[in-house]
Design a protein around this ligand. Structure first.
Ligand SMILES: *Cc1c(COP(=O)(O)O)cnc(C)c1O
Length: 400
């Protein structure tokens, strides 16, 4: 009979043997909360920063780090400098973590009125209460931007979204980055709508990029996560520390799903963009549609700015159907292929009525000043056969 050095019970409790012989082709999921030290000195070296090593998955985890490094490399594709990426539990925690890492009480955030609804709420409700006040201004007008900076010397960051949700208004990244630099102000952009395949803000001189990877980077609607990306400078440690202490880290499973989606990013974005262009052209020529917001249309007020900084025009568009909110709701209920779901950037086509969903909690006045009218429908155009999408929209409009 074999004599074991440990008991049956302890064998159950202990770890299983490491059977890795060759490197895995695909990224493994490290489902572990902590990592093992070889000895006490190893632990001391890692905790004191003498050597690098994983400690605890809230601090960092190999699966998450790998995906973060890949997305950071895509955003920093044109740069010589080293770029970091920190994946977070959501797009919102990427935004809140980055602001908390850069700002302190008394600082101000200069931003636009037309942001993702959750971001407007975060700034107006949470950060305002922490004495980090947002200033909402029309940053498509550079004179307004310069004046706001002159009048508010305590502006610490400029927070941008281009194209913005849901009217696709654009701001000029190169021009804003230059003005910000001359005032010593840090710039942040939410690049969720474009992904680094269509727009790389760091190349235009922007300091930090955030994403809701929940959207196009994953593309399949099966995870919630975010990422903070920037040049590796002295702020990096502070931003990482906020993630660690506020506990806003991503989890390995969601990072892994994001990586699966990333593999087809360029194929998806090409198809999203060409499908959206065809739908936008169709809608622009439809007599029941009074307005189409799509950056690829020459009629769009921000077409020229978009063309300057975007490789293609992406999959997001919005348009005005007749009879206000009731018309918009009837149109959406008539659709058969497009799904009503409050997200965007998935492979399938999604529609949403901003007034009664994503922008419900945004001040009605701010809403209407930014073109979010009662009859506006937002469409995240998927990668289906475009003829099916055109037929679906056509039938839904005919039944109005
Ligand atoms: C969805 C979204 C967010 C928020 O991201 P979550 O992953 O839902 O937290 C931020 N900005 C934009 C543009 C978004 O579409």
């Amino acid at each position: 009979m074999k004599t074991n050095s440990i008991s049956f019970q302890s064998m159950c409790v202990g770890s299983s043997p490491d059977t890795t012989t060759t490197k895995p082709h695909q990224l493994p999921i490290f489902a572990t909360s902590s990592f093992v030290f070889d000895n006490a000195q190893d632990s001391i070296d890692i905790f004191t920063g003498q050597s690098t090593g994983h400690v605890y998955s809230r601090y960092a985890n190999p699966t998450i780090d790998s995906v973060a490094a890949k997305i950071a490399a895509l955003e920093g594709f044109d740069l010589e400098e080293e770029v970091f990426g920190l994946m977070t539990s959501s797009g919102m925690s990427a935004i809140s973590g980055l602001i908390l890492g850069l700002c302190k009480s008394g600082d101000k955030i200069l931003t636009q009125g037309n942001l993702y609804g959750g971001t407007t709420e975060l700034f107006a409700k949470l950060f305002q209460g922490l004495n980090i006040h947002p200033i909402f201004a029309d940053l498509t007008n550079l004179d307004i931007l310069k004046q706001a900076l002159e009048e508010n010397p305590d502006v610490k960051v400029i927070y941008l979204e281009t194209p913005s949700n849901p009217t696709l208004a654009c701001v000029d990244l190169t021009a804003i980055a230059e003005i910000a630099k001359s005032h010593g102000v840090t710039t942040i952009i939410d690049n969720t709508f474009c992904t680094p395949y269509l727009q790389r803000p760091l190349t235009h001189g922007i300091d930090y990029v955030i994403h809701s990877t929940t959207k196009y980077l994953n593309g399949h609607g099966n995870s919630i996560a975010g990422i903070i990306i920037g040049r590796k400078n002295e702020s990096f440690h502070q931003i990482w520390q906020v993630m660690k202490l506020a506990g806003t880290n991503c989890n390995p499973w969601d990072a892994w799903l994001t990586n699966n989606g990333l593999k087809t990013l360029t194929l998806r974005m090409d198809k999203h963009s060409s499908n959206a262009m065809k739908l936008a052209q169709y809608l622009e020529n439809h007599d029941k549609i009074s307005l189409v917001n799509y950056n690829g249309l020459e009629s769009h007020p921000f077409h020229e700015v978009a063309k300057k900084q975007m490789a293609q025009f992406g999959g997001m568009l919005s348009f005005e159907v007749p009879n206000g909110a009731s018309g918009a709701i009837r149109f959406m209920d008539n659709l058969k292929i497009a799904t009503q779901a409050p997200t965007l950037g998935d492979v399938d086509t999604l529609v949403l009525h901003p007034m009664t969903s994503s922008h419900l909690n945004v001040d009605p006045d701010l809403r209407s000043r930014n073109g979010i009218t009662d009859g506006l429908v937002r469409m995240s155009v998927g990668i289906e056969n475009v003829e099916d999408l055109l037929a679906d929209v056509d039938a839904a409009l005919q039944a109005l």
